[in-house]
Design a protein around this ligand. Structure first.
Ligand code: NDP
Length: 334
């Protein structure tokens, strides 16, 4: 039997599995604008299981990102996967099975990762918002030893975006950076990586009033309340600006000569010399950052509303859509 309900286009399907059914069981969450079609998902998930470089993961927690609600709204019609599709990019879980070409992971490993290498290019139809998911070995890393699954699941897409964007700007030790949107999933990671991994000498970040202390606790030397001050009116200019909110036109006015502006959220025409990029995900990047997570210099930031259970996924999506989330939200238990 199965039961489904829909809210804002997110259809969550709950279905029981008989003992003699093949694993993995069907995902329980289905992103759809039409009635849940479990049997079709089943066929698709069977086909996608045949790749030998993949591992089957028992999902413990699934982190949400704005891309999840944007897909629900149909923002990427040309590059999205066909519906129905299970949402979710980020996962923290345990390896249950490995393909014959999997080299470094083994059954029982506790892993985390973003299961879509190119986030906007036909993401997997069997996403992480399910009891089981499948991912290529090279997209996963061992979970940092000091973190739980919820914390780990909150990290991959955001930290990858932060790291890659900073690399592309060439931010180097002793330089200054302004982070626009310092309290979001990506911004909280940009502040920490700029300070502790890239060695920025000065980190400035923007948020609304209530989040200024958080920015400082993450390593910002100065936190600007965007409801009161305009960052472009500051007397100082920056070597790098990381724009997570779509303010590149204003940002280019606040860089030093030769400075860089990277944006992940383009709004309108990109102002020169700002550039945009889209994350390419990898497990190697997570492995490189694991020591900073394990020594506590870089910390996951979970929104005060914390985690949402699987059946609360529609509420989690609605909250994410407000654009007011602090750090990350995670679906757990699944
Ligand atoms: P979040 O939903 O986590 O960002 C929410 C945060 O944004 C809130 O804490 C809010 O703080 C802050 N915010 C909103 N408006 C402003 C503002 N005007 N000035 C300063 N802060 C503001 O989003 P993410 O950080 O996860 O992602 C940011 C954007 O980047 C999204 O649109 C996402 O889709 C995109 N993205 C693109 C990627 C790529 O590869 N190109 C990869 C990852 C994300 P407050 O409440 O204080 O306003």
């Amino acid at each position: 039997y199965h039961t489904c309900y829909c809210l804002s286009g997110l259809s969550v399907c709950q279905r029981s599995w008989s003992e003699d059914e093949d694993s993995p069981p069907l995902p329980r969450a289905v992103l759809a604008w039409e009635p849940c079609r479990c049997s079709e998902i089943r066929v698709k998930s069977r086909r996608s299981r045949s790749k030998e470089d993949q591992v089957l993961i028992k999902v413990v927690a699934a982190g949400l990102n704005p891309v999840d609600f944007k897909r629900m709204l149909g923002v990427f019609p040309d590059s999205d996967s066909p519906l129905p599709s299970v949402p979710g990019y980020d996962v923290g879980g345990v390896v249950l099975k490995v393909g014959s070409q999997v080299r470094s992971l083994k059954v029982g490993d506790e892993v985390y990762g973003n299961i879509n290498e190119k986030g906007l290019d036909h993401p997997k139809t069997s996403g992480t918002l399910a009891e089981y998911t499948v991912a290529e070995e090279n997209l996963l890393a061992l979970k940092p030893r000091n973190l739980g699954f919820v914390e780990a699941a909150s990290i991959p897409l955001a930290i990858g975006t932060a790291y890659q964007g900073l690399e592309k700007t060439g931010l180097s030790s002793g330089q200054s950076i302004l982070v626009l949107g310092g309290a979001g999933g990506v911004g909280t990671m940009v502040i920490q990586l700029a300070k502790h991994v890239f060695g920025a000498s000065k980190v400035v970040a923007t948020s609304s009033s209530a989040k200024l202390e958080l920015l400082k606790s993450l390593g910002a030397d100065l936190a600007i309340d965007y409801t009161k001050d305009n960052f472009e009116d500051l007397p100082e200019k920056f070597d790098v600006i990381y724009d997570t909110v779509g303010q590149s036109e204003r940002a280019v006015k606040a860089i030093k000569e030769g400075g860089k502006v990277v944006t992940i959220e383009p709004v309108g025409e990109l102002a020169e010399p700002a550039f945009r990029f889209i994350l390419t995900s990898s497990g190697a990047m997570l492995e490189k950052l694991n020591p900073f997570l394990e020594n506590g210099e870089v910390k996951p930031v979970i929104d005060p509303r914390g985690t949402f259970s699987f059946s609360q996924a529609p509420e989690a999506f609605s909250y994410l859509e407000t654009g007011r989330v602090t750090g990350k939200i995670v679906i757990h238990p699944i």
